[in-house]
Ligand binder design. Sequence first.
Ligand code: HDD
Length: 749
Amino acid sequence: RKPVEKVEDVVENAAAKVADALSSHVPGAPGSGTPTVEEVTIPHDPLPPKGEQGTPDTRTPTGAETGAAPTANGQQGAYLTTAQGARLRDTDHSLKAGPRGPVLLQDHHLREKITHFDHERIPERVVHARGTGAHGSFTSYGTAAGLTRAAFLKKDAQTPVFVRFSTVLGSRGSADTVRDTRGFATKFYTDEGTFDLVGNNIPVFFIQDAIKFPDIIHAAKPHPDREIPQAQSAHDTFWDFVSLHTEAQHHTIWNMSDRGIPRSFRTMEGFGVHTFRLINNAGETVLVKFHWKPKLGVHSLTWEEAQLICGVDPDFHRRDLYDAIEAGAYPEWELGLQVFPDTPEETFAGIDLLDPTKIVPEELAEVQPVGRLVLNRTPTNFFAETEQVAFHLGNLPPGIDVTNDPLLQGRLFSYVDTQLTRLAGPNFPQIPINRPHAPVNDMLRDGFHQQAVHAGVAPYRPNSLDGGNPFEAGDAENAFVDVPVRVAEAPKIRANPVSFDDHFSQVRLFWQSMSPVEKEHIIAAYTFELGKCYEQAIKQRQLQCLANVDPLLCEQVAAGLGMPVPEPAQPVTEVTPSPALSQMGQTWPADGRIVGIVIGDEEPDGVASVREALIAAGMVPLIIAPHGGTIGTVTAQRTFATARSVEFDALLLAAAPPPAPDALPARDAKAAAADDVTVDPRVLLMVDEAWRHAKAIGAWGDGASVLDQAGIIGTPGVIATESGPETLDAVERFLGSHRVWQRFSTSMV
Ligand code: HDD
């Protein structure tokens, strides 16, 4: 019998054998067949912690306690550990049988690292997958305090919020500036429970009944065979559905207007769409519609800009929101209410308040400001906050209740339902971003991803074992109020009220409220979108819908498509326009606007002072230079290679940089070689595009010669003066109305 070896001897012998094998190995000569062994990489000692690595936050981004062990935050302690807290010596090499040997199954660290990575993705939202969010706070004016018992609407009440903006149709990685509706979802962490206002930047919806939501979304999403087009409504299935299903026509004309291509999330209105019911302490009720009014006004891109940005900077809106907040140009909105008497008919001025395809023009029911939202903090972690935030229309505080709008009723089901799959199980309200700031004392137990360690033995009511806790609240304790609305005695039926059958009068109302330039844009958008459809019958059917809206609109689109103009199938309705629907005609603060300043190889006069003046006015100056680095006292933030005009709201030229053929792509170098070109073609392209997109362009000093070369001197919104500050003054005036509207030629009246 062999003597039993001691464990230490076995280990020592094995180690010695490995060391021996490694040291005696002689790399083989080429072709000798002997494998070459690279030097063994020796695991190094961990580096000391970095200075900025502090102790982990024990609070969630919204200020609530995380409740989790500090190490759960990751990347903040001194030493790398496994998920179980064991310090790691090496995370770059798998555990192998020798440096060239197979990887061992026992390598727990390898398995943990790869397995976790393999499961990093969660399903994207079935709609509104592409979005971005920010934290902020809502301050109530107290003007709604007489209408609702909701405490967050009492005077001076401050409520933390998280807002997520989104597009509807595109996937998570799709471009921001596509033509689409934008989501505007706000989570108010009120002291009486979370209130989610899940709205859009368009005040009406495609359908009147939630049962049709899968239909409109299947039609609008990419075709099921080839999964194209991405994030677009310019395709056959979308126009097939909306032309057959004419209640969608109102939402569609908003999408075809400039509202479908916002300049920024900061320059969008938001709408709760549905009518809600408020109840006050006396038990009195009113019906209301929620509106968000942006401090900067409502502004849009031009269609060409939007298309260019999709390629040049697909994250344009996301970047814009982050940059504005980080620059201190905090985006702001006023929350407003349109208030209607709560009558049994639930109508106002003949408009059915339960029909989500109808607006109540602001001229008929003024939007009354009730508070101010300021977004002042970007998320710390996109996934944890923006991706995992979960909204639900049923998250209501006492004082706000739903109505019977059939679209709203279906939404009350859909949101929690979709989160169950998206966030895998019923405990997603415990995810930090979703945690209420009001104390939670529910009897929901267990389930996937349960974070709480519930004490007590009696999660049921009534009980005597946990002292009868918890108790039900009454009015005095601010219990939620289900407004006891009378339900009409009626047969069970799958039908809509007759008033829901009017599908065209408000489409015409919108069209008639537009300025000539906005009408031109709408015609161009329909012509583009239908021009992308293949089926003649679909185009014809949509033209028929437009004929029911307005003969001129129909004629012009038909002309663009080269198709016959149909007769209206029903008389075109007389409407009173609502000027509030137009985006033009007012002036707005220029805060947060991006102004590009072109300089040359040397710092031109006036640049530093113009830069300072822009910052002082709350705008963001970006220096555009021939190359990176520092030029005089300023630093180049963009170069001629990285800048495109679409990024800027206005362009200033402080120099006329000459062509630099060596730095140019071949095509531009050829253009620059032309005799009469004395300015870098990339600068000329910027000026040309800025001019086409009706942006203010200013120049001083040598910069004026660029305007000359571009052939735009003397045209509206093109300013050349002797000094930078003087030029800036004139440019700022144009920024107030967003664009140089006169530059869009229009034959419309
Ligand atoms: Fe919806 C997400 C807005 C109708 C079903 N919706 C979602 C989001 C917004 C809206 C802004 C993104 C929330 C976020 O950022 O996480 N939806 C609206 C508006 C509607 C509307 C303004 C009409 C007035 N939605 C609607 C209907 C249904 C849904 C009729 C279903 C019957 N919506 C959903 C959803 C989503 C969603 C499937 C996808 C991801 C999510 O909920 O959390 O449940």
